[in-house]
Design a protein around this ligand. Structure first.
Ligand code: ASP
Length: 584
C-alpha cells in the first residue's frame, strides 16, 4: 500500500507515530513559513503542517486537488488549536516528506460540498462532484443494496440476470431499440423491465427470483426520471398478496433499519385505491399530514353555481389559515390550477366570525352559504378550495392542491416516514381512443371476484395490483399475475390485442404458459428513489453514479451523439429486412 494509515482515522492516540498518508489537497493556508494543508480521502480529512522548505520542486505549487503522498509524524495540536468539528481535530501531521502523485488542472468549481455549483457543471465533471461529498449518495445506495441482497438471500431468493438485449416488454413506455449489425433491419429492444423473463423463471420452477435490474424506458423527460433506472425486481411462485406484502415490507424495514437506524411499523398501512382517491386525491397519498378531500357532490346536488351544477363530482380541500391569504396569493393558486389544465381553483374564505367571503361566495344560494362551513368541515380562518368535474379529474386536481397547500402552510413534518400499500389498483383505464389499456401491465390478474366478468364492463375493475407509497412517492409496484391462458386472452381482448398480435409480441410467454405455470406474483421497488429518500435528497441524480440531465443527455460523455455514415451502414439501421413483412 502507498499509505500506512487512512487520514480520517488518526486520533490523539496516534501521536508520536510516523505515518504515510495519501489523498487530495482539500485546502491550503499559508502561514509564516508553513502551509496548513487539509488532506482529504475517503476516510476523512486531516490537517498536515508542511514547512516551506518541503514545498519545492513539484510540491512547490501544491494546489487544491493535487493528489499527494505525505510522510510525517502525528502530533497533538497546540492547546487551543484543536478543531472539535473534525474527528481528527485533536491532532495534526507534521510532514517530513511531500510527494506529488499527480497534479490537478485548475478546477471548474470548488471541490467543496458547501459550494453552490450548477447541476450541468456537476454532471459534466461528475468525478469532481463525487469528491465534493465523498460520494455520499453512492455510499448510501450501496448500503441499501447490500441489505437488499442479504434479505433476499435469507429468504431463499435466487439472483438471476436476464437479458438486456431482448424484445419489447409492455410497461407502457416506448422501447429503446438497438440495431443488430449481423441481421440488418432487425432490432433488439432494451427491456422496460424483466417482467416477462421473471414470469418465465416461475414457469422454470425458480419459485423465488430477484435481480437488481436496470430498466430502460423511452419516456418524456421529467425531473425525477432517468431513461435507464434500477429496480429490485422480484417474483415468487405459489403466493398471494399477503406473501408479497410480507417480503416487500421486510425489504424496506431492513433497509431503513440498516441505513437510517429507523424501525418502520409492521405491518404497513393499507388503503384501497378508491379510498386513496376519495380521501387524498392521489394514488400515492402523502400521509404525513391531513388536509383530506371533502366530497360535496350531494351538498351541491341542486346547485345553481354554474361551475358545480350537473357535475358528477364536487369536492374541496379545506386549508387552515388560508382565510387570510391575500388576493395575490389566491390569484397565484388560480394560475397554478390553470397551469395544470383546470379552469381555475374556486374558493370561499371563512372569516374569523364564521361568515364567508370572496371567491364564489356570490354564486352560492342562501342555503349553501349557511351550510357550507359545516358540510366542508371548515373553521373560522380556513379557506375552502373546490374542484368539480369528472370524479377522477377533479380529485387529481384537489390531490395536487392538497400537496402544494401543505407545503405552503408548512404542514409537512420532517423526519416522518409514512409507508403504505395502495391496494386494489384499477385493472384498466380508458386509452383515450375509446378503448382500454392496462394500468399496470397486461399480465396482472383481475380481482378474484371479477375473474368471470372483468371484460363485461372493464371500468373500475380492481386488479390484484399494489404499490408501496411513502411520503407521497411511489416506491414499488407489483401484482399477482394471470396464470390461466383463457383469462390472459380475455385481458388481451379488452385492451384490443388480437390473438395474432398477442402471439407475435408475447408468443413465447403464452407458449410457456401451456406447460403448467404456477400461480405467481411479484414486486419491483425502485432503487434510485429509495436511495434518494435515504440520502435525504430531492434528486435521484444524487444517488446515480453517472446520471443524465433532465433532458436525457450525459454532459460527461456527451451521450447521446450522432453517428457516422459508416456506423449507420454497419448497424444496418436503414435496411429494410429482405423478404420480411414488417410487424404491425
Ligand atoms: N414489472 C413491473 C414494473 O416494472 C413490476 C412488477 O409488476 O413486478 O413496474
Amino acid at each position: 500500500m502507498i499509505r500506512t494509515h487512512e487520514a480520517g482515522t488518526l486520533r490523539a492516540e496516534h501521536a508520536g507515530q510516523t505515518v504515510t498518508l495519501a489523498g487530495w489537497v482539500a485546502h491550503r493556508r499559508d502561514h509564516g513559513g508553513v502551509a496548513f494543508v487539509d488532506l482529504r480521502e475517503a476516510s476523512g480529512v486531516v490537517q498536515v503542517v508542511v514547512r516551506d522548505e518541503l514545498l519545492t520542486g513539484a510540491a512547490g505549487d501544491l494546489r487544491a486537488e493535487f493528489c499527494v503522498k505525505v510522510v510525517g509524524e502525528v502530533r497533538l495540536r497546540p492547546a487551543g488549536n484543536e478543531n472539535p468539528d473534525l474527528p481528527t481535530g485533536a491532532i495534526e501531521v507534521d510532514a517530513s516528506e511531500v510527494e506529488v502523485l499527480s497534479a490537478s488542472a485548475p478546477l471548474p468549481f470548488p471541490v467543496d460540498a458547501h459550494a453552490e455549483v450548477g447541476e450541468e457543471a456537476r454532471l459534466r465533471w461528475r468525478y469532481l462532484d463525487l469528491r465534493r461529498d465523498n460520494a455520499r449518495g453512492l455510499r448510501i445506495r450501496h448500503r441499501a443494496t447490500r441489505t437488499i441482497r442479504r434479505v433476499m438471500d435469507e429468504r431463499g431468493f435466487v439472483d438471476v440476470e436476464t437479458p438486456y438485449l431482448t424484445r419489447s416488454t409492455p410497461e407502457g413506455a416506448r422501447d429503446f431499440l438497438v440495431p443488430v449489425r449481423l441481421q440488418p433491419g432487425h432490432w433488439y429492444a432494451l427491456p422496460q423491465s424483466p417482467q416477462l423473463f421473471k414470469q418465465l423463471l416461475m414457469v422454470g420452477g425458480l419459485e423465488r427470483y430477484y435481480q437488481i435490474a436496470r430498466c430502460f424506458r423511452d419516456e418524456d423527460f421529467r425531473a425525477d426520471r432517468q431513461p435507464d433506472f434500477t429496480q429490485l425486481d422480484l417474483e415468487m411462485s405459489f403466493v398471494d398478496e399477503e406473501d408479497v406484502y410480507e417480503v416487500g415490507e421486510a425489504v424496506f424495514r431492513a433497509v431503513w433499519k440498516d441505513v437510517l437506524d429507523i424501525e418502520l411499523p409492521q405491518p404497513f398501512r393499507r388503503l384501497p385505491f378508491t379510498e386513496c382517491m376519495d380521501r387524498f386525491g392521489s394514488d400515492k397519498p402523502d400521509l404525513r399530514f391531513g388536509l383530506e378531500l371533502v366530497e360535496l357532490s350531494s351538498f351541491f346536488a341542486g346547485t345553481e353555481v354554474r361551475i358545480f351544477a350537473g357535475q358528477p363530482y364536487v369536492g374541496a380541500v379545506v386549508v387552515p389559515g388560508a382565510g387570510s391569504w391575500t388576493r395575490k396569493q389566491l390569484d397565484g393558486w388560480n394560475e397554478w390550477a390553470r397551469g395544470r389544465g383546470a379552469k381555475g381553483l374556486a374558493y370561499v374564505l371563512v372569516e374569523g366570525d364564521g361568515s364567508l367571503r370572496g371567491g364564489v361566495l356570490n354564486a352560492l344560494s342562501d342555503g349553501e352559504r349557511s351550510g357550507l362551513a359545516v358540510a366542508a368541515g371548515a373553521a373560522p380562518g380556513d379557506g375552502v378550495f373546490f374542484a368539480a368535474g369528472p370524479r377522477r379529474e377533479a380529485q387529481d386536481l384537489l390531490g395536487a392542491f392538497r400537496n402544494a397547500a401543505a407545503r405552503e402552510i408548512g404542514a409537512i413534518p420532517e423526519g416522518r416516514w409514512e409507508f403504505l400499500w395502495v391496494t386494489d389498483m384499477p385493472m384498466f383505464e380508458p386509452d383515450g381512443d375509446g378503448g382500454w389499456t392496462a394500468v399496470h401491465h397486461p399480465f396482472t390478474a383481475p380481482a378474484q371476484d371479477r375473474v368471470d366478468d372483468f371484460d363485461v364492463d372493464p371500468a373500475d375493475v380492481p386488479a390484484r395490483a399494489y404499490d408501496i407509497v411513502c411520503n407521497g412517492m411511489e416506491l414499488a409496484s407489483g401484482s399477482i399475475r394471470i396464470h390461466q391462458a383463457d383469462v390472459q386472452r380475455r385481458v388481451f381482448d379488452v385492451i384490443g390485442l388480437t390473438p395474432e398480435e398477442a402471439r407475435s409480441k408475447f408468443g413465447f410467454l403464452l407458449e410457456a404458459f401451456q406447460y403448467g405455470p404456477p400461480p405467481h406474483g411479484g414486486l419491483a421497488p425502485g432503487i434510485d428513489r429509495m436511495a434518494a429518500l435515504l440520502a435525504g435528497t430531492e434528486s435521484i441524480r444524487d444517488v446515480i453514479a453517472f446520471p443524465k440531465t433532465s433532458s436525457g443527455g450525459d454532459p460527461l460523455t456527451g451521450a447521446p451523439t450522432p453517428i457516422t455514415a459508416q456506423q449507420r451502414k454497419d448497424a444496418g439501421i436503414d435496411a429494410t429486412p429482405a423478404g420480411l413483412t414488417e410487424p404491425s
